[in-house]
Design a protein around this ligand. Structure first.
Ligand code: PBG
Length: 326
């Protein structure tokens, strides 16, 4: 490159030229918006560890889903907070369970909203683990039966996509089989394929009260040091019938997203998790940076790394900001 023939600044001069050569653009269609729906409250309740995020009763959850859909966000991801927990998480299977009721309510309010449900036991078990405990350990194969029954009950309520986040082995195949057997062939699976054992889930566990009562999740969630293992997990889930593959968390795992995108031809989703969200909110509150700029930079980096879909608590704000931008 001979100076001064090449000058990068020519294409950075004005807002118009910068817009013209922009390589990565966020759109409301990129996003899935997570919603917490609770059986224990009668009006929306702010989650203290996640500034700006609420737990909603069923009716209000549906209204919130409709609000974000009207901002251009195609899908919501539901997490349930049940009234009662037990050692097997059986409240998660009932047709009048919190997620099942929320799915039905959203669909009756606006059937166009794409409804994704988190399939896991940790919100429903008294011990907070993502599976059933046998002999002091989270038992893989016993857990699979409950997870697939849960996925079928979400489908029966009207869910379009089920998203298993438990990290048991073989769950995608087992759930696919159960859905097909029950005639839910067109319900898709978004698998939390590469889900790391991360400290960034802290605020979420506070939101749904799912911190493990003993031990930790290292026996089933992935070691943050590993990336080849993530490719193996993704390949297994594709073989078992996953339709969308997720990497989670997002920001500390951009390399994993980039590799997954290069290696596989299915849509890649990235989960910009609760800890990533709350860090930005608290930083902005402390005037360490401008919230909107921080959010755009982070979410753009996730898309630039290769994510086709971003799950983010910032999504509603971003859709609003995009609609105001010219
Ligand atoms: C498990 C689940 C978790 C999250 C999504 N699904 C928590 C965990 O694995 O402990 C975390 C999401 C977030 O931090 O935003 N059902």
């Amino acid at each position: 490159m001979s100076f001064p023939a090449s000058r990068g600044r020519r294409l950075r001069k004005t807002n118009a030229v910068r817009r013209l050569v922009k390589e990565t653009r966020l759109s409301p269609s990129d996003f899935i918006y997570p919603i917490f729906v609770s059986e224990v409250i009668t009006k929306p309740e702010l989650i203290l560890s996640m500034p700006g995020v609420f737990r909603f009763p069923v009716k209000e959850a549906a209204k919130e889903a409709d609000r974000v859909f009207k901002l251009g966000i195609p899908a919501v991801l539901l997490f349930g907070i049940p009234k009662e927990k037990d050692d097997r998480g059986l409240r998660s299977l009932q047709s009048d369970g919190i997620v099942q009721r929320a799915v039905a309510e959203i669909k009756s309010l606006n059937p166009e909203i794409l409804v994704v449900t988190d399939v896991c036991l940790c919100e429903y078990t008294s011990h907070g683990h993502c599976g059933v405990i046998v002999d002091g350990e989270v038992d893989n194969d016993t857990t699979l039966d409950i997870l697939s029954a849960q996925a079928v009950s979400h489908a029966a309520a009207g869910a379009d996509i089920v998203a298993p986040s438990d990290m048991m082995d073989g769950r995608v195949g087992t759930i696919r089989h159960a859905l097909d057997e029950n005639n839910y062939k067109n319900v898709a699976i978004m698998s939390y394929a590469a889900k790391y054992c991360s400290a960034f889930y802290g605020p979420f566990r506070d939101a749904v009260n799912s911190a493990p009562g003993f031990g930790d999740r290292q026996g089933y969630q992935m070691d943050p040091s590993n990336v080849s293992e993530a490719m193996k997990e993704i390949a297994w889930d594709i073989e078992e019938g996953a339709d969308i593959l997720m990497v989670k968390p997002a920001l500390a795992y951009l390399d994993v997203i980039a590799r997954a995108k290069q290696k596989f031809d299915l849509p890649i989703a990235a989960y910009n998790v609760s800890g990533e969200y709350s860090m930005v909110k608290l930083a902005a509150q402390s005037k360490l940076g401008d919230e909107k700029q921080l959010v755009f930079e982070i979410l753009t980096s996730i898309k630039r790394a290769g994510a086709n879909i971003i799950i983010s608590y910032h999504a509603a704000d971003v859709a609003q900001w995009l609609s105001e931008q010219r």
